[in-house]
Ligand binder design. Sequence first.
Ligand code: GTP
Ligand code: MG
Length: 275
Amino acid sequence: MSPDSTNPAAKPPLMSMPPVERFTPLTPHLAISPTVSVVVPAMNEAENLPHVFATLPQWIHEIVLVDGNSVDDTVAVAKKLRPNIRVVTQTGKGKGDALAAGFAACTGDIIVMIDADGSTDGREIIQFVGALVTGADFVKGSRYATGGGSDDLTFTRTFGNKMLTGLVNRIYGTQYSDLCYGYNAFWARHLDVLNVDCPGFEVETLMNIRAAKAGLKIQEVPSHERCRIHGESNLRAVRDGLRVLRTIIKEWRTRPAAMFPEPQAATAAADQGAA
Ligand SMILES: Nc1nc2c(ncn2[C@@H]2O[C@H](COP(=O)(O)OP(=O)(O)OP(=O)(O)O)[C@@H](O)[C@H]2O)c(=O)[nH]1
Ligand SMILES: [Mg+2]
């Protein structure tokens, strides 16, 4: 028996480290061994891609662009900007469908989802990755966290997002500050529990709820959302807000019983304990 095994104050042994050549430097002070895939859903975003790609760090392992059957030059521009980009053409419709296809194509250990309209800044990816490599399972960008913000939130969207965020927090005991925001990152090994299987803009809500249901360690990082640079939004606040609400209700109905014990179940368990 080693002397430490009897000492309760002994430090846990160091985890084994990957070989040094597996590490990619992110800054002069930080190197990581996991690889990072960035998934970019894009529908008619040719004019915005140069701005978006210019913000992506050099150290990412791959960009997976999911084309929503664009009628502009989205795919050609993407390939011209990044000849080694991986392009997936979605078979269904909607942002959720696009992300599911993109996630399935990723080969990295970490997956970051970022928009193609210039509203999300690739220079923030390091914060998401930093949170993941220091212990988080699922990292959410938040426009409401200190240091975050938005140039693009209307009154309707702010009101709807607050209501929906409050509802999810109440049901799932989460502490989300920004439910309906599309800048998130997670370990690819959690794809099974996130199980993205919805078509539309409710996708972020679905992922946030399933991360909570699965007991993943969730962390928020501040993010600043800018206005889309060119083109028009595909989101319709009321239509998509209702889709989000339906998703919350559907996920609540299919929640695992163990996570939210019914009052009767709790009482029965107490009775059994007393007997
Ligand atoms: N592949 C694909 N991408 C989509 C689809 N719908 C939206 N997107 C992309 O998803 C990202 C977010 O869509 P936006 O239309 O900007 O919606 P939003 O960011 O919620 O709304 P705004 O703040 O108004 O821009 C953008 O990169 C879109 O090009 C789709 O059906 N297929
Ligand atoms: Mg947008």
